[in-house]
Write a protein that binds this ligand. Sequence first.
Ligand SMILES: *Cc1c(COP(=O)(O)O)cnc(C)c1O
Length: 488
Amino acid sequence: MISINEILITRQATLKEALSKLETAGTGILLLVKETGIFERTITDGDLRRLILAGHQLDETLNILPKIHSTIIKKEYSRREVLSVMNAAVINHLPVIDDAGKVIELLERKEIDQQILLSTPHMGSAEREYVDEAFETNWIAPLGPNVDAFEKELAQKVDIKHAAALISGTAAIHLGLRLLGVSQGDKVFCSTLTFAASANPIIYQGAEPVFIDSDRETWNMSPTALANAFAVASREGWKPKAVVVVNLYGQSADMDPIIDICDQYNVPILEDAAESLGAHYKSKHSGTFGKLGAFSFNGNKIITTSGGGMLVSDDEELINKARFLSTQARDPAPHYEHSEIGYNYRMSNILAGVGRGQLQVLEERVKARRSVFDTYVKELSDIYSIEWMPQPEWSYSNRWLTTATISPNAKIGSKELIKKLSEDFIEARPVWKPMHLQPVFAGTRYFTAQNTSIADELFENGICFPSGSNMTTQQLERIINAVRKILK
Ligand SMILES: *Cc1c(COP(=O)(O)O)cnc(C)c1O
């Protein structure tokens, strides 16, 4: 930020003094003020050069400067307004004026147009080495030593026996459902509050999703709603082929009661842990509770391969089958022989190299995101309309995204807050829109615990704040100040 006092100048100063001041400040701009401190106009080096070319002497005072109206902005500005004023006037600096007419700040284009994004990739130091190695050995794709090593290293990290590296988390969920035998006409229970990729693969398999509401304490699948769904299904004489349990925003669902219910009906769980790598439920790794678990390494996730996923299980046969199906289901034969329909879902050796490097910094990334969350909570503790996503005592969340709800009674609600933050170039987003509210799933069955839908409430009032592990302290401060200014 530019220090205002260094660039203030009055008409009593000489041309020479002005040139020297401009030189020292290095801003390319001075602010001409009256004796009273009231702002008059800006002076650029071009303005001074024109005076010299017109034959003025260096010891003349700035009284020779013509009176013009410089563009200014009042202090209640948004970054979007500043940028549009700068664009309209074709300028890169804009003085901010208080009610008395004094300059309080000089805004610079290159600082103003900086966006803060929700969650961006954050590379470590080892990724390049693994990728270089792949290039040097020409082991580009598919498969290769990085893929094998990435699978082993991830399995070890989350303490599970087997893992198959795939092109996306969606592919992992799709293969998982296929391996659980989900097919045409089957029904699958699935958390409603999630990203569409949890539910779409149910449709890929020709099956029908049935959505389950969230718990207020976890934002994840409500065991009571799940029990209701099973009870109704049982009365109607059917049972789902699988249950997709999602661990939202880095926090595990309450797995024990969910597992109890599913065991009671003997239905397998596929854990969608796309967002919860590095999180724990009662000291066991999230993603390792179901018959199968799916992780994602999409660009916005806690670690990334630019795009990728992993299917994990303690059942070796299932993971071997996943590797077989994900490489076009080639039967062992010298020619191309197929007795099943396969997919081209395998991760490349290059991307697995990125994944190996990222895996080495997973704990650091989790710590950084948790610290982002803690900072928001601490710095905004006096804003009573914010209620942070709860963390039950059994949960160790990776806090992939810092999320909260804004009280529906507050003057500024979540939607207004998101809009105002975007005007300040801060990317906040609503919480996932529940699947049972999506046009594409219209008419799908949906079960809640009681008469109200918690997922609807969370969507209505929820907000995700920028949460990247690579955010600077200044960026976090900027967001916190903006939120405070809007909600206070
Ligand atoms: C990101 C995500 C997925 C999909 O993962 P991709 O790797 O992008 O295919 C699935 N489920 C949830 C909950 C996600 O957040």
